[in-house]
Design a protein around this ligand. Sequence first.
Ligand code: SF4
Length: 315
Amino acid sequence: MKILLANPRGFCAGVDMAIDTVQELVDLIGTPLYVYHEIVHNRHVVERFVRQGVTFVEDVNEVPPGNTVVFSAHGVSPQVRADAEARDLRMIDATCPLVTKVHVEARRYARMGKQILLVGHADHQEIKGTFGEAPERMTIVESPEDVEELDFSPNTPMVYLTQTTLSIDDANVIIDAIKRKYPHCMAPPKEDICYATTNRQHAVRDLAPRADLTIVIGSRNSSNSVRLTEISEHSGTPARLVDDATELDYGWFEGVETVLVTAGASAPEDLVNGVIRALRIRYDADLEEPVTVDEGMNFALPVQLRILKNEASSA
Ligand code: SF4
């Protein structure tokens, strides 16, 4: 068997920054430490922090007043910030800067009086946060059918924005439907689907045709991981999503000569290594790692954390 190991895969700069933020806080101030929503959508990452005493909440009103709360990489709505402020919580914002960029666009276009069509999954944490920036001016569209049902007048000033982790192909189908119905609808100044999503999808699109099966390492609630399985399947190569090597079903590999392995942006590399190790031991597989693009991207830690670290080092 041959293993094609996609590169880039796994952690992006936003996930790296968010995980480093929680780990540095655990090391700096210890627990209790609260994180609003899963810091990134990966079961293993969350469980590792829970074992260190970190508490994950889905409502900041669960955090006792005066404590520290970290906002996850997916971003939060202004209402969540207001609730945290009302409880006198110390807020550390680990929102990915590329998600913050979409929030800034949403606020700007809302101030300009435009109707915003937000392309994304309504139940995803990122979309809930972005929507909260201007609920009175925003409509979430999840499909071309949703676009058909819109009843804005043809002259309504409009712009569309998108979730950062969508499938580029699926987003384009929806955007095409928007442009057909509202040709004057503006596009965001720069693509909202982020570099990490784009690069991981391109790698799968390039490599899946060479494989008989694709294994994506990631959690089921990770939007970008699920999209990678869909892209492989659209290329004609069946795909399976696993959290780690223990979820591999060796029945999937019957007749498979080449397997593509990749990982969503929130999946740690040690889990990828575990899958590779399991396949190499069982099938004596050769490994090839074609590099599609060299990313070299980093994001700074949240400013609130940098201030805390400075205070601690000068104390
Ligand atoms: S997937 Fe993209 S938007 Fe999401 S955290 Fe990573 S870099 Fe940021």
